[in-house]
Design a protein around this ligand. Structure first.
Ligand code: CAA
Length: 392
């Protein structure tokens, strides 16, 4: 495995780093306090080619490799998880999903506008009674002539309140379990698409737009079906294989931000007549944090590199590696954020310093797009294999 970045990846990393530090980070505290997503950044991310990501140029994409795209998520995660979360949903769960599964007409209709940010995407899988158990969703799709009628409720839909396009998962027959699930491309101005803000105040990601969506006898033409009838669950899972890599990279960014802030702090803060960074207990914490971040980075970059090989037809699916990257990166980032708050002492407990926000935000990454428990299920099932097919 190549361990160094090539020049095009390095220059995208520099571009993303400069954008994140100069344009995203300065807004993060206010966005967190007001709960208002800085929408103008969507347009900027479109201009910089971040939304166009790995989509092919014929559909308005930037045709970049997955590792480059992952570096962007890492840099955005360093600055603000709400902005990075926007990209994971819009770019990975929606654009890449249409890129993988859409018809030519669907790709032509949506991908170029998603790539510039002219339209915003959201991914409607989670329901009040189907979170981790996504195959058990209750939203129904009933065929009526040339249209499907959708009815149901979706919750925790990131970008839901601002999206123009939603990928909605619904079942035509609950008795068929996951094989009855279909995916639909729904334009959110369709009558029957009703959205409101999620109730309550979230622990983190306070600038993210999280919506509760009701589908009230919403009619979509048959042509809005993404993939075939019954493909919906596989489509949802394959989209999550893309999204989880972005979350893993975002967690890496948070962990790095926590390390950077801590190093800066322990160099400046003095106690008992010396820099606190000269105490061995503090040094041990910094050393462990840095080592775990490097290990997570290797897992995240490996999963991205394998995705590149997969899209070139040179590798097997990367589901296991993506879940390993998300599991490990989010778990070590939780630890890094907790230690960063501790190292900052009373200051870390206040939003005067960004580690307080990172500490709250990282819990979200450990939960959405599949909790750490779900990632362990995915990894273990891939290792152990289906009964009768062990070792294949
Ligand atoms: N790619 C393609 N197909 C896949 C797949 C993948 N990664 N993973 C599973 N499948 C296929 C399986 O091969 C199987 O196919 P067959 O029927 O042909 O054998 C089928 O899907 C069913 O698979 P399982 O038996 O493994 O399904 P399960 O019901 O046991 O569920 C699970 C598996 C891993 C627990 C899955 O339900 C899961 O990932 N749950 C978590 C859901 C999740 O991440 N939700 C987050 C929502 S999005 C969000 O949070 C962000 C937001 O803002 C919207």
């Amino acid at each position: 495995m190549r361990l160094s970045l090539i020049p095009s990846q390095l220059s995208l990393q520099t571009l993303a780093r400069t954008f994140s530090r100069d344009e995203v980070a300065p807004l993060a505290r206010e966005a967190d306090e007001t709960g208002i997503f800085p929408l103008h950044l969507v347009k900027r991310m479109g201009e910089l080619g971040f939304l166009a990501g790995t989509i092919a140029p014929e559909y308005g994409g930037a045709g970049m490799d997955y590792l480059s795209y992952t570096l962007i998520s890492e840099e955005l995660g360093w600055a603000d998880s709400s902005v990075r979360g926007f990209l994971a949903v819009h770019g990975s769960l929606v654009s890449l999903c249409i890129n993988d599964w859409g018809t030519e007409a669907q790709k032509q209709r949506y991908l170029p506008r998603l790539a510039t940010g002219e339209i915003i995407g959201c991914y409607c899988l989670t329901e009040p009674n189907a979170g981790s158990d996504a195959g058990n969703l209750e939203t129904t799709a009933t065929l009526d002539g040339d249209e499907y009628i959708l009815n149901g409720e979706k919750i925790w839909i990131t970008n839901g309140g601002i999206a123009d396009l939603a990928i909605v998962f619904a079942t035509t027959d609950r008795a068929k379990k996951h094989k009855g699930i279909c995916a639909f491309l729904v334009e959110t101005n369709t009558p029957g698409f009703v959205r409101e803000k999620m109730p309550g105040k979230e622990l983190g990601h306070r600038a993210s737009d999280h919506a509760h969506i009701s589908l009230q006898s919403l009619r979509v033409p048959k042509s809005s079906l993404l993939g075939q009838e019954g493909d919906g669950f596989k489509i949802a899972m394959s989209a999550l294989d893309h999204g989880r890599l972005g979350v893993a990279a975002g967690a890496l960014g948070i962990a790095q931000a926590c390390l950077d802030a801590s190093v800066d702090f322990v160099r400046k803060r003095r106690a008992f007549g010396q820099r606190i960074g000269d105490f061995q207990m503090i040094q041990a914490t910094i050393a462990d944090m840095a080592t775990e971040i490097e290990a997570a980075r290797l897992l995240v970059y490996k999963a991205a590199t394998m995705k590149d090989a997969l899209s070139a037809g040179k590798a097997l699916p990367t589901t296991r590696e993506t879940s390993m990257a998300k599991l490990y990166a989010t778990e070590i980032a939780v630890k890094a954020a907790s230690n960063a708050v501790l190292l900052h002492g009373g200051r870390g407990y206040s939003n005067e310093y960004p580690v307080e926000r990172h500490y709250r935000d990282i819990k979200g990454l450990q939960i959405y797009e599949g909790t750490s428990h779900i990632q362990r299920i995915v990894i273990a099932r891939d290792i152990i294999g289906k009964e009768g097919k062990e070792g294949i």
